[in-house]
Design a protein around this ligand. Structure first.
Ligand code: GH3
Ligand code: MG
Ligand code: MG
Ligand code: MG
Length: 324
């Protein structure tokens, strides 16, 4: 899995570099209070960007939050509005804080430029605007933004690969290990219950031995679907390894967890598993063990251990059952 994640990451980076071409038009938001300069700037930017124009800083802020622009140009020429206020708002909103800002300022207004840079404005250009300088400065920012976007998407994709089980699409054990402590601490801090359920498919080795490993994989995928269909949005379902799955259920008492586990047990038992490769339908059962958070103090390891002991008891008592 780690190897696959790395490969995907590498592909992401190569793709990113390959796409870093100058011929990709940028999307620019121009915030400018005067019609005459709006027209000049739009004309100057035409070779490299699609430009949306807004005369009102406050509407421009909403516009910027709703569209992922590559660049916002703020022309400091409003009648009764501090252009740096808009810059500061753009920097503080979650959805706009990564968008580069280019400030168009008057000669001699050094103090404003220093304040702008302190606020996080990316670059500035002096009036009268030289069209070639404008193009060069905008192009640099647009490319950098597009490159950052691709990098962010690639990192996101790598993270998702690293925490997902390839076969079933559920979270994997690495994710559970990182997340269980968090859910447990949160439940403890809020004085809320939390339960977990470990489930293990009964006599799964026989499926592999009789129908082959690929058929076994089909059972695992369908089993995961039934797990998914059982849990709520707030629950965390993961493939713990092999044919074992763990469900973490926040805000869930032992009694409620027993109901969920029994529902899953029935959902597995009551409908056969279609094995396309072997053109057959298999009866599958699973054993389930439940454990719940001890409010006086608990650890992920201890909780998992207690659920595992319960699972072991379910196996020993004849399988296809829930033990709490
Ligand atoms: P029990 O009821 O005691 O759980 O019996 P079992 O046969 O299910 O238990 P055992 O732990 O002996 O066997 C688990 C099997 O799961 C062995 C292994 O080959 C198989 N297995 C583990 N991971 C995978 C997988 O990703 N795909 C397939 N097809 N089989 C797997
Ligand atoms: Mg097992
Ligand atoms: Mg076993
Ligand atoms: Mg098993």
């Amino acid at each position: 899995l780690r190897l696959r994640a790395q490969t995907a990451h590498t592909i992401g980076l190569q793709e990113m570099l390959r796409q870093d071409r100058p011929d990709e038009p940028g999307s620019v938001l121009l915030v400018d209070g005067r019609a005459s300069s709006q027209e000049r700037l739009v004309r100057a930017l035409k070779p490299i960007a699609r430009v949306s124009v807004m005369a009102e800083p406050q509407t421009a802020l909403f516009e910027a939050a709703e569209n992922n622009f590559d660049l916002v140009i703020v022309n400091a020429n409003f009648d009764a509005y501090d252009p740096l206020r808009l810059c500061s708002q753009l920097r503080s909103l979650e959805r706009t804080r990564f968008i580069p800002i280019l400030l168009v300022a008057d000669q001699g207004n050094d103090e404003m430029i220093v304040r702008a840079l302190e606020l996080g404005v990316t670059d500035y250009i002096m009036r009268p605007v030289d069209p070639n300088e404008l193009l060069a400065r905008c192009l640099t920012q647009i490319r950098r933004k597009q490159c950052n976007d691709r990098l962010r998407a690639s990192v996101q994709q790598t993270i998702e690969l690293a925490i997902t089980d390839d076969l079933t699409g559920l979270h994997n054990r690495r994710y559970l290990d990182g997340h269980l402590k968090l859910l447990l601490d949160r439940a403890m801090a809020r004085g809320r219950p939390l339960s977990i359920c470990i489930t293990d498919i009964d006599r799964f080795k026989q499926v592999n031995d009789t129908y082959g490993h690929d058929a076994g994989d089909e059972v695992l995928r369908e089993f995961a679907n039934r797990v998914r269909a059982t849990v709520r949005g707030a629950d965390l379902a993961c493939r713990f390894g092999g044919e074992e799955f763990v469900i973490v259920m926040p805000d869930t008492t032992p009694e409620m967890a027993a109901v969920v586990a029994e529902r899953l047990r029935l959902m597995v038992e009551s409908r056969g598993f279609e094995i396309v490769r072997a053109d057959t339908v298999l009866s599958v059962t699973a054993s389930l063990g439940i454990a719940s958070l001890r409010p006086e103090g608990d650890t992920p390891e201890a909780l998992l251990k207690r659920a595992d002991v319960a699972l072991y008891e379910a196996k020993n008592n004849g399988r296809n059952r829930v033990v709490a």
